[in-house]
Design a protein around this ligand. Sequence first.
Ligand code: PLP
Length: 358
Amino acid sequence: MIYLDYQATTPLAPEAREAMLAWLGGPETIGFANPHSPHGGGRAAAAAVEVAREQVAALMPPCGRVIFTGSATEALNLAIVGSGARRLAVSAIEHAAVLDTARAVNTDVKMLPVHGSGIVDPVTTFEDVDLVAVMQVNNEIGTIQPVEPLARAAHEAGALFVCDAVQGAGKLTAPTEADMIAISAHKLYGPKGIGALWVRDGLALAPQIHGGGQEFGLRSGTLSPALCAGFGVAAKLARERMDEDGAHVADLWQAARAILHRWILNGSDTQRWHGNLNLRLDGLDVARLMSDLRGVAFSAGSACASGSGRPSHVLSALGLSPREAKSSIRLGFGRYTSLREIEDACASIEAATVAQGV
Ligand code: PLP
């Protein structure tokens, strides 16, 4: 199986797995201790959680703190709902974790349009808004958003700025102007089941999960030291390998584009993360392509929206017709994808489309 769905989730880095195993011991070890217990085992687990917190914080701007959550979705709920903001503006290409949370707060959410290149206009002004949310890298098309000028514009209007950096964390420098940043371990070669919200110092949030008062009283519930440790090591590795990982996907991107030269790219070809290749071919039957190519794991549009039968809201926001959106595929690759895998997968995709007569 050639795995080309890195935006849905990434493989667990062996280094992160190794770090987790130390906290998954049986009864003969103390590695199962509750990090909130006052005894020695608990204190050791708590120390491991704090090491991980610092490793994750190193990916973020200074002057803030990291709150561990169960996912980026939960982090975004804490940011948006917990801020108490009522008047919200979000980009039209946000993930459902932002769109649906914003709509749950207020049905009248202001949508920021994108250009045909899949990028929000950086020269945007805000009025009558309490909170603006724009993502760093789009999960469907890989475009990088101008979050710094948008955050400054939000601040000029007296609004908070939330950035969903799930697809950018560990790949790009964190947006320094944001007030809150949500990230997810499983998109940066860490484990599933843990995310984080970075919150600028001095910003007060209302807790969304009540109970034992963990995570500065904002997110009650016993933390998993194993998940924290895996997240921390994955974050450290991503930071150390940022340039190398970026150069690697840029090479893979070139190779894929050369083979799939007939296909049209969805979204900007320059202002993007090159580990995401969202392409369309007029007349393509994507469902048939996927069933013909069972040895290649890729996505039809966003993994989160797939199965709904509706055309992707992101591709629609770019101005694509439903037919164009439905003839699009997303190839996602990263650190563990080899050149050979990309070449083989793209050659198979091309051959299968030719067999379809498109
Ligand atoms: N935001 C973006 C851009 C994503 O791609 C995803 C996951 O696909 C999420 C948020 C949600 O992340 P999680 O799976 O940690 O809830």
